[in-house]
Design a protein around this ligand. Structure first.
Ligand code: OGA
Ligand code: NI
Length: 210
């Protein structure tokens, strides 16, 4: 569950105005603890895989763009151990209400950036994959400090670039199709859960009268 966030409307307005928003102290302690435990378990079980980009399977190309390891979370398989689905459901309905959108689903993965890794400047919508509407990241770095690296740098249009520290329980949301962003080189392991709110046009939408 998410913490009671005062001024939700303001946060979502910010997302609309500047294409991103940063919300600290996002998850309730219980949900956060559960997520950290889940993450550590997946690391111990060696379940994280080298991330891919689009359809590329060329390891060298991928290495030059992103160096993180990911574990895709599965609603059926993982819902017993994670309250996070409720959080994403809550966010989905909130965003739908505020933006008059009809987000239909979401997908998310755990991400581990080992020391020395980064993710070059990019958009989260790419060719052949344009149904990601809102990107949502929750950071899980308990003792992050200046010098640890792995900050998120965002490039909002017509505004100054901004560097965001990946602090524990900080949530960053942004427009997947609009906001260029990058992960600066991590100087020690950097953990997060990253999700995308998806838009699936209804197959009935184009039929007149439906
Ligand atoms: C991504 C991404 C940013 C972050 O996974 O597409 O840009 O701060 N992540 O983890
Ligand atoms: Ni991204």
């Amino acid at each position: 569950m998410i913490n009671k966030i005062s001024h939700w409307e303001e946060q979502i307005d910010l997302l609309a105005q500047q294409d991103y928003v940063v919300i600290d102290n996002f998850l309730e302690t219980g949900t956060l603890d559960q997520l950290v435990t889940f993450f550590n378990k997946k690391i111990a079980e060696d379940k994280l895989d080298k991330a891919a980009i689009g359809s590329s399977t060329d390891k060298k190309i991928i290495e030059e763009i992103r160096g993180d390891y990911t574990f895709w979370i599965d609603k059926q398989r993982d819902s017993d151990s994670l309250e996070l689905f409720e959080t994403f459901d809550e966010m989905k309905s909130l965003i739908n209400r505020m933006f008059y959108l009809s987000l239909s689903d979401y997908e998310f993965h755990l991400a581990l950036y080992p020391k020395g890794s980064f993710y070059k400047k990019h958009l989260d919508q790419f060719q052949g994959r344009n149904n990601r509407m809102i990107s949502m990241i929750i950071y899980l770095n308990e003792s992050w400090k200046e010098g640890d690296g792995g900050e998120l740098k965002v490039y909002p249009k017509d505004r100054d670039d901004l560097i965001i520290a990946p602090l524990l329980n900080r949530c960053v949301m942004f427009r997947s199709d609009k906001l260029y962003h990058e992960v600066l080189t991590a100087n020690c392991d950097r953990k997060s859960v990253t999700g995308w709110m998806l838009y699936q046009p209804s197959p009935l939408a184009s039929i007149p009268g439906v």
